[in-house]
Every structure is written in structure tokens, then in C-alpha cells.
Design a protein around this ligand. Structure first.
Ligand code: ZN
Length: 326
């Protein structure tokens, strides 16, 4: 870090803090809201397995932000009732950067994830498999639940699913390199704005995750929830990609699009709210499915045969398999 950056960095932090301290979406409050909506939709089996993982006084909200902390931590981090080491290598797990204006966005997901699955979609999928695996250790299940809870939230931030390839061939890193300024003063960037966009800066009280979760929960119909729960992880990413491609980037490139006005926030807030609602509903659906008990080993009458006939060995046939259908 050179001298210039050393002197300007704290100033920028202050500017960002004072200009955005009330604005959180996929910052801590947003992830809390997603966890709270999901928590209220868990089935009894998922609740009991989560209690076994987090402790009976544990909950999803207290682990919802740990995945962000361990990206930057220099020492062990306390997460609910367990501890996590620093994991800077997991930074790419929080997004899947599909280049906007792709001819084949769905087909771009595989290359955005790379062969090692270093993206949100693949990591959610593999951690769900750990949650479904009764032979996984408690430590593995704690980490898996922590990652799934957080990354499903990230998967619903549109700029975690899209990036713009600049004329020189480099990426704008999901809008991180697009500087924006607030009408009221202070600077941010397009990605950070969307991480934090939730409440007008003019509102004086801090946003309380529980009241926001309650408000959003009240807007979710059973029919919406049923439809939203059908989406695959790729569907979820592509929804966000389309919002970025059709709305966020075109707005940025429109004249004056790099200035955040209250009308911008008013226009985008319904989108943000629906993304948080969908994330909560889908997180619950994924966990309910992952924690589904294996079918009981009760043979039906057709394989029972006569009373003294040996039962076929069926155990191997009913191990649940989890594929990309998530
Ligand atoms: Zn994240």
C-alpha cells in the first residue's frame, strides 16, 4: 500500500460509513433477513437437525454473516457456538460472474465456475450434499450450514451473478470498479451500492432485521413460495443476471446514471425486497430438502414374498442422491 492510499483509505471509509450507514441489503442486515425468513419456514426435521448442528439455542441468523468475516479475518472467528479459521481462499464462493450480454448466459455458468467449482452455485450444491450426508462430521456440517445460509443470500444479489467485460477485456468485477456518487455527497461503487441498497438514507432509524423480515414475510403468498421453491440454483443466478443486464447496467450507463438519487433507491427497492424474499423462501426449501430423512427401510408387500423367503438387500438402492437439480 503506498502513502497516498494509506492516507485516503480511512477517509473513504468514513465517507462510506456516514453516507451509507443506514443502507444494508446483502450486508449484515440483509443476510439476517434472509435467515429469519428461512427460519420461519423450516420443517420439524430441518429444525431438529439444525438444533443438533448449532445447539438448541442456535439459529440461522447468528451464522448468516460468518462467511463474509472469514474472507478477511486474520485470526479465528466466533460464529454462533463454534469457531472458524480464516478462509481467504473462499472469496470466490460468494458469486458467479456471468458476463452481461452473453449469447448463452446459462452456458456461461460452467466457465464462470471453472473446473474446481469456485463459485456460489457449485459451493452451495456441494455444501448441501454435506448436510444430507449423515456420516459428515459435526464440524463439516457446521461449516456447510454456515456457507449455505450465507451463499443463498449472495446468490440473490444481482451483481453477484453478473459482471461487465470492459473494452480492454478486463472485468468490472460485478460493478466493483464502477464508481458512483450519492446526490447527497460521498462515493461508493455500483456493487457496494447494491450490497447496501435497502433503505433511503433519509430515514433516521437503523433498519431492524426482524421487523424487515416480518414485513417481507407478510408479502409472500403461498403460491409465490411454492413457485419460487422450484427454482434450481442456476435459475436463481440467471434471475439475478437478467436484473443486472436489463436494469442495473443500463441505468448505470444512462446519462447521470453514476449518481445515486432517492428516485434510484425508490425504483430499486421493490427489486431488492423481492430478492430477499425469494432468498429466504428458497433457503428454507433447500434446507428442508437437504435434511429430509432417508426413506424408512420398510419393504413393501411385493418384495416381502412368502414368510420364510429372505428379504432382498435394498439398502443401497435408497441412498438419496443430490445432483444439480437443486
Ligand atoms: Zn458474501
Amino acid at each position: 500500500m503506498n502513502m497516498r492510499r494509506r492516507t485516503t483509505f480511512p477517509f473513504l471509509i468514513l465517507v462510506l460509513f456516514f453516507s451509507q450507514s443506514k443502507l444494508w441489503a446483502w450486508g449484515p442486515v440483509g443476510h439476517d433477513v434472509v435467515a429469519l425468513i428461512a427460519e420461519s419456514r423450516l420443517n420439524p426435521e430441518a429444525k431438529s437437525q439444525i438444533a443438533a448442528i448449532l445447539g438448541t439455542d442456535g439459529n440461522l441468523e447468528e451464522i448468516a454473516n460468518c462467511a463474509d468475516w472469514i474472507k478477511y479475518a486474520k485470526q479465528d472467528v466466533s460464529c454462533g457456538n463454534f469457531t472458524l479459521p480464516p478462509m481467504p481462499e473462499t472469496a470466490s464462493w460468494h458469486f458467479v460472474d456471468i458476463p452481461i450480454n452473453s449469447q448463452d448466459p446459462a452456458g456461461s455458468i460452467a466457465s464462470a465456475c471453472g473446473p474446481d467449482g469456485q463459485c456460489s452455485i457449485d459451493q452451495i450444491e456441494s455444501h448441501l450434499q454435506i448436510l444430507s450426508d449423515s456420516s459428515a462430521s459435526l464440524e463439516q456440517r457446521q461449516q456447510a450450514l454456515m456457507f449455505v445460509t450465507h451463499l443463498v443470500g449472495d446468490l440473490h444479489q444481482p451483481l453477484h451473478n453478473a459482471t461487465e467485460i470492459l473494452p480492454d477485456g478486463t472485468s468490472d468485477r460485478g460493478g466493483n470498479l464502477k464508481e458512483m456518487s450519492f446526490e447527497s455527497g460521498g462515493k461508493t461503487n455500483l456493487h457496494a451500492l447494491w450490497d447496501d441498497l435497502i433503505e433511503p438514507a433519509s430515514e433516521s432509524k437503523d433498519m431492524d432485521p426482524e421487523s424487515l423480515a416480518q414485513t417481507l414475510e407478510g408479502e409472500i403468498s403461498d403460491q409465490d413460495a411454492a413457485i419460487w421453491s422450484q427454482a434450481s440454483l442456476a435459475d436463481m443466478a440467471l434471475e439475478g443476471y437478467e436484473i443486472a443486464e436489463n436494469q442495473i447496467y443500463p441505468d448505470y450507463h444512462a446519462p447521470g446514471g453514476d449518481v445515486v438519487t432517492s428516485s434510484y433507491e425508490n425504483e430499486m427497492r421493490p427489486i431488492v425486497n423481492e430478492r430477499l424474499e425469494k432468498a429466504g423462501v428458497r433457503l428454507a426449501a433447500l434446507l428442508n430438502k437437504a435434511f429430509k430423512p432417508a426413506p424408512a427401510l420398510v419393504p413393501n408387500s411385493s418384495i416381502l414374498g412368502s414368510a420364510n423367503q429372505e428379504l432382498p438387500k435394498i439398502k443401497k438402492m435408497i441412498i438419496p442422491t443430490l445432483g444439480r437439480a437443486w
